[in-house]
Ligand binder design. Structure first.
Ligand code: BGC
Length: 289
């Protein structure tokens, strides 16, 4: 068993927990500290240090960030303080905590976790995990392997910036009911479907807690759409998985073989247009070898 501390930097809270990266299980209660006002780098690093000290777990630590993270550097900050842009965050967090810290985009972390231990476990092919919150995060996963930093929330749909128009924040801002919001999300998913032909969309973020409110109103043409299963643990789990992979000998690479009890991934699914496609999509997923 390898146990790694995973930390998820969110808009309102920074949460951490030790994760068994072989099973995806949290090994103790999450510990949450409110995100400091303005979420400036030094303040956030201070909170991450507090979490690291709180758990006092030896070894590497995985941390999520809501922007592009390339080779440890932060390259965008759509919804957080712009002072993050250009920072060598792996080095800065490692310096602030004295621990081997590895950053990963928040949606990529959620995607890794969902693909291995959640709604995408055992699914072959192209899986697109989308998180709807303040922004829209995306993770593109092919046969369990992540293509990082896809940033599909920043696509333009004619004259509309996807994240500004269809995020959960947009739903609240524009006072949309769930059906009206689902209509916007459907246009967005249909566009993604045209570009990527995913076998499966996994819809995460806070909205995944009550999928019955919006999932039946989603329409896509060919793909299966299911809600995320790991909810607010996904970022923590994915961050720990990534840190485990970054440290040779700590853990195996991600393959979607789960020891988490399987939940019915398609308990609620979005209506699809073609019956033939529906039949194909409802075939049971073949477990990976
Ligand atoms: C950022 C992404 C992030 C998403 C969700 C977007 O604004 O550009 O990097 O994954 O928000 O937090």
């Amino acid at each position: 068993m390898s146990v790694i501390l995973g930390i998820d930097i969110g808009g309102s809270g920074i949460k951490g927990a030790p994760v068994d990266t072989d099973t995806g299980q949290l090994l103790s209660e999450r510990y949450r500290i409110p995100t400091p006002e303005g979420a400036r780098p030094a303040d956030v690093q201070g909170v991450v240090r507090q979490l690291v000290d709180h758990f006092a777990l030896p070894g590497a630590v995985g941390v999520t960030f809501p922007g592009i993270v390339q080779h440890g550097h932060i390259l965008s900050a759509a919804n957080v303080d712009k002072a993050w842009i250009g920072l060598d965050a792996d080095a800065a967090f490692t310096g602030a905590t004295g621990r081997d810290i590895h950053l990963i985009n928040d949606a990529d972390a959620a995607g890794l976790a969902e693909a291995k231990f959640g709604a995408g476990a055992g699914v072959k092919g192209t899986v697109l995990v989308l998180t709807f919150g303040t922004g829209i995060g995306s993770a593109l996963i092919l046969d369990g392997v992540l293509v990082p930093n896809t940033e599909l929330g920043h696509l333009w749909l004619r004259d509309k910036h996807a994240e500004t128009w269809a995020s959960d924040r947009a739903r609240e801002r524009d006072d949309l009911n769930w059906k009206q919001w689902a209509k916007r999300v459907s246009s967005y998913l249909q566009h993604l479907e045209l570009l990527f032909s995913p076998d499966l969309f996994i819809i995460g973020g806070g909205v995944s807690k009550r999928p019955e409110r919006w999932l039946p109103a989603l329409t896509v043409s060919r793909s299966r759409v299911v809600p995320a299963q790991l909810q607010n643990e996904a970022g923590i789990i994915g961050a720990a998985m990534m840190a485990a992979q970054a440290v040779p000998g700590v853990a195996e690479p991600a393959v979607p073989a789960s020891s988490r009890p399987a939940k019915p991934a398609a308990a609620v699914t979005a209506p699809m247009k073609s019956a033939a496609v529906k039949k194909a999509a409802s075939k049971p997923a073949t477990p990976r070898k």
